[in-house]
Design a protein around this ligand. Sequence first.
Ligand code: PRP
Length: 212
Amino acid sequence: MSEWISVALPKGRLGDKVYRMFARAGYPNDEIEKEGRQLVFESPECGVRYFLVKPSDVPMYVERGAADIGVCGSDILMEYEPDVYELLDLKTGICRMAVAAKENFADDCSRALKVATKFPKTARDYYGKKGRKIDVIRLSGSIELAPVLGLSDVIVDIVETGTTLRENHLKVFDTVAPISARLIANRAAFRFKRTKIEELTEQLRRQTEERK
Ligand code: PRP
C-alpha cells in the first residue's frame, strides 16, 4: 500500500459509531472495537491508521498534521475554529447546543448572567449577539451541577436525549445550534492525498444519504 491515511477518531460513543461507518466504507480494523488501552490501530491492507483521541483534541491533531483527517462534533469546531477543511456532515452524533437552567429560572438583567460551560467562546458569541453581559464559569464536565448548586444561573451545554437535564430538574430555555459529527481534513494532507481522501469521503457520503 503506497499511501497511508491517518485518521483521528474521537474516543467514546461517537467514535464507535463513526468507526463503523469507516469499516462499512471499506476501511476496517479487527482490533479497534476490542476493549483495551491501545490508541493506534493500523490496517495495512487498506492503508489506514486510526488514532483514538479525546474528542475535543481531534481538531488539534488534524490542524497540526499529526492526522490527515478526523471526526469531531460541530460543537468542537464552533468552539475552537481550527484551520482545517470541513469535508462532510456525517449526520450522526446528532444533538444540540442549548441554554438550560432550573425550571423556575428568571433572568435578572441588573447583573451579569453566570454561565457555566465547557464552551466559553460559544457562550460569549451567543450572549454577545444578544448584548447580554455574562460571567463565564468554565467547567470540564458534569456542567448540570452548576445551576443546581447555585454556582451558575444557566449552562450552555450539549443536550442529546435530555435525560441529564430532566434528572437534575433543569430545562432547555433556548437552542444555540444544532450539532452533528463532521469529517475534517488537514489542509496540506488534502492537497497531497486528495484522491484517497475524496474516495473515502464519497463512501461515507453514500452512507449518510442511505440514512435519509
Ligand atoms: C454530555 C453533556 C451532557 C450530556 C447530555 O456530557 O455535557 O452532560 O452529555 O446528554 P443527554 O441529553 O443524553 O443526557 P458527557 O456525557 O459528554 O459527559 P461530561 O459530563 O463529562 O461532559
